[in-house]
Structure formats: C-alpha cells, structure tokens
Design a binder for this molecule. Structure first.
Ligand SMILES: Cc1ncc(COP(=O)(O)O)c(C=O)c1O
Length: 441
C-alpha cells in the first residue's frame, strides 16, 4: 500500500526513520515516499493498459514541482486547473502537449497563457467559456484542442463538497445540452471541439458510478457520431480512492475492470483515453509530521495541542475527513497493526488532536483513541496526508507553510524549504499608490 511502516516501534519512510528526518527539517513537515508515488503510478498504468490512457496527474492534489517531476519522469502528463498550475507544470519540465486544462473559471489571461504554453487540451465547462477560448485563440491566430466537460448526473456517493458529477453542481454541461453544444460550436476553426471530459467526484470507493458515467458517455459518443461529430478523446477524470483506513479503497484493477469493458470498443475505434488521478497516487505517499506542544485536560476531555492543525491539513475540519494519527516513536508494544479508528491497543484514551490556531474548528482529529502516554515534545504522524494536504495549506494566523521532503530509499531531499516569517509579509512591505487618474469621479 505504501512505504511508511513501523519497525521496532519506530516509524520508517522507506529506509529512513521519520524521527530523524523531522529532527533535521523540524515540524510541521510533509514527508513523501518516492517509491510509493512511483508504485501507485505504475499500478494505475498497468491496470488500464488495455486502453493505454494518457495519465494526467492532478496537480491540485499535491503540487510540489518535485512531486510533478517524479511522475513526469515516469511518463505522466498533468491535469491543471489554473494559470499557476500551468506554470508549475512548465517549471517541472512537463511536456505541455501532455497536459489538460480544466476548471470552471479560467480568466482571459490564464487562457492566453495556456495557449502560449501550448497546452494539449482545454477541458471546457460552459458555452461562454468556449466562446472565450475560441476568441482568444483566433486573436492569437492559432488553433487549440477542446474537450467538453459533460455532467453525466451520476451520484459518486462522496462528500457533497467533492461530488462534481451531479446536475446541480457547477461543473460541465448536462448531457442534453452537450449535443446542442456540439451543434453550435463543433465546427469552430480555432477551437477544435473533439473530446469529452468528465470528473464525477472524489474519492469514489465503489466502481458503479464510473460504470454509469462511462455508459452514458458512450451513448453520447454514438449520438454525436449520428450528428456528424467524431469524438477523438475521452477524459474520465480522477476520483479513485485512497486508504485512509487500511484497505479502505478497492485496488485500482477493480476500477479498471469496471471501466475497460465499456471503454475498449471506443478505444478500438480510435478514441484516446485520458485519466486524471491525484489522490490515489499521492494520498498514501505522504504523511504530515507534527510536534506536540502541550497536552491539557479540560472537563473530561484531553487535548493534544500540536504545532500545526487546519493551517497545514484542512481536510478534517473542512470535510470531516478521517486521517489515521499515531506517534512516530510509539515503542514496539504500542505499534498499531492497522490504520483504523481504534487500533485496539492498551493504555489508550479518546483525545482531541488540535492545532495552534484561534478557531475551535482547528483540529486534526476529534475523540481519537490514542496512547495516554503522549506528551509534550512527541512527534505525531498524520497518515494519508499526501493529497489535498500541502496543496490546501494556508498561512492563517501567519504560520509559515510546512516544509516538504521526498525520501527515496536512504536519501532525503528537502523539496520545499520552510517559509520564514518575513517571507509571509514580503508583498506587504512596500505599499504603492494606485494611479486612478482618468477613472470616473
Ligand atoms: C477535474 C478534476 N480532475 C481530477 C481531479 C482529481 O481527483 P482525485 O484526486 O480524486 O483523483 C479533480 C479533483 O477534484 C478534478 O476536479
């Protein structure tokens, strides 16, 4: 599953003790395993080999350019959703023709920048956006490739904030409008509308929503063919699960076995498939390491106060997500057999693991069964934190962002230095007057 494991009561990442890494870079820090990143990427490509998809890693899930480089070296393209992510992918040396650009709100400058960067495909989400992409491409006297993001109205049975494939969400256009969309825009000379894109949600722990979405998409491809439009690419998005608890997610092969029988006939007719996985590759490839600053009891409740909370990992407070948390050096007798809500070990008590921020919502776990012995100075590992961890971190309360480290075997590389307090307000140091001459009174 991943390369984080306890040996003799100590947490290791590949061949290194997590405690040694944290002692060098201090906490809070994100620690990633290169072997896990590569293994997950390889498993995915192997599972889907019969339809040979272009795997566009979803940059938003963990965007450090060194993470992108690891995957690009393996052959990955990138799924980007902003001008900043276009630039990240370029900075990581990714072949831009292997990148797809989604997102409901691309600004004119972002579209122009992506065209300049020679993005492989725009995943377009609305009529107005299509007209804008076509207008900008025409002005730049160029041609771009566009896929229409369709909303197949499928329930992915996940958190409502990350459910994106139902009609009432802001993403894509519904299937009925898709045919009209092609009829209106399908012959544009500057924005070549030739693909379909969908991303129904995340994380999705069952295969049926994919089956339903793929079935509806295949039917749409047939209808469009009857209307005279050839679909050259289908991007099935991401959303495959990760093991927040041991063995929580179906193996990638199960997703592939559900999707491939429906996709293969189209593949055999020349349709190229794209996948946009993020979480399933990187979630279990990263942990967040925090230090216990204080412990205290209030009423009946015991609190573990750490040097980072929702500023470093927003998922527990934003989505109510579960992350397994355990000491980095628990000792052999307190080593958990599985990552689960209650690992059934002696001398444990329910405790709230909280951060330093001035918010009651600032927590990493509530009422969590943890060793009663946890004390000031201990290190805690927050598991399965690689996806939507660092990429959603903030400077709230003016805390510098965590450092990031990638471990490969016995080597560790600092891939993001800890921010300094002064870098936090560097953009504020020199206020300058805004020249409003000529503005309306
Ligand atoms: C368009 C799109 N593609 C891919 C992804 C990646 O999803 P996941 O990390 O669950 O694979 C997302 C995530 O929100 C997304 O919005």
């Amino acid at each position: 599953m991943d390369s984080f494991s306890y040996r003799d009561g100590e947490l290791f990442v590949e061949n290194l003790r997590v405690a040694d890494v944290a002692a060098k870079v201090q906490t809070p820090c994100y620690v990633y395993s290169r072997a896990t990143l590569e293994d997950h990427y390889d498993r995915l490509t192997a599972a889907f080999r019969p339809i040979a998809p272009l795997v566009c890693y979803s940059v938003k899930s963990s965007s450090n350019i060194n993470v992108l480089r690891v995957l690009a070296e393996r052959g990955a393209g990138m799924d980007v959703v902003s001008g900043g992510e276009v630039q990240r992918a370029a900075a990581a040396g990714v072949d831009m023709s292997r990148c797809v650009y989604a997102g409901v709100g691309k600004s004119d400058a972002e579209i122009a920048g992506a065209i300049d960067a020679r993005i492989g495909l725009f995943n377009c989400e609305s009529e107005e956006e299509f007209e804008n992409i076509a207008r900008i491409a025409r002005a730049q006297n160029t041609t771009v490739r566009v896929a229409l993001r369709v909303n197949p109205d499928v329930d992915p049975k996940t958190h409502r904030y990350t459910s994106t494939g139902k009609k009432e969400t802001k993403f894509g256009v519904d299937l009925e409008r898709a045919r009209r969309f092609f009829a209106t825009y399908g012959r544009d000379p500057h924005a070549k509308l030739e693909g379909l894109h969908l991303h129904i949600g995340s994380p999705i722990y069952t295969v049926d929503p994919y089956r339903e979405a793929m079935t509806k998409t295949a039917a749409l491809v047939d209808e469009l063919a009857r209307d005279g439009f050839t679909i050259r690419s289908i991007d099935l998005g991401g959303g495959f699960g990760a093991d927040y608890e041991s063995a929580q997610s179906p193996p990638l092969k199960e997703y592939a076995d559900a999707i491939i029988p429906l996709a293969k006939p189209l593949y055999d007719k020349g349709v190229r498939f794209i996948l946009e996985p993020g979480r399933t590759i990187v979630a279990n490839a990263g942990i967040l390491v925090v230090k216990v600053l204080y412990t205290k009891t209030s009423g009946d409740k015991r609190f573990i106060i750490c040097d980072a909370g929702m500023n470093a990992l927003l998922r527990p407070s934003h989505y109510g997500s579960f992350h397994f948390i355990w000491p980095v050096s628990p000792g052999a007798s307190m080593t958990p057999a599985r990552r689960t809500l209650d690992p059934k070990l002696p001398n444990t008590v329910p405790q709230d693991v909280v951060g330093p921020l001035c918010e009651t919502g600032d927590f990493l776990a509530l009422d969590r069964t943890l060793p009663a012995s946890i004390k000031r100075g201990d290190l805690l590992a927050v598991f399965t934190a690689g996806a939507y961890g660092m990429s959603m971190a903030s400077n709230y309360n003016s805390h510098p962002l965590p450092a990031e480290v990638i471990v490969s075997g016995s080597n560790a590389q600092l891939v993001r230095a800890r921010e300094t307090a002064t870098s936090l307000f560097a953009c504020e140091l020199k206020p300058s007057a805004i020249d409003l001459a000529g503005s309306r009174a």
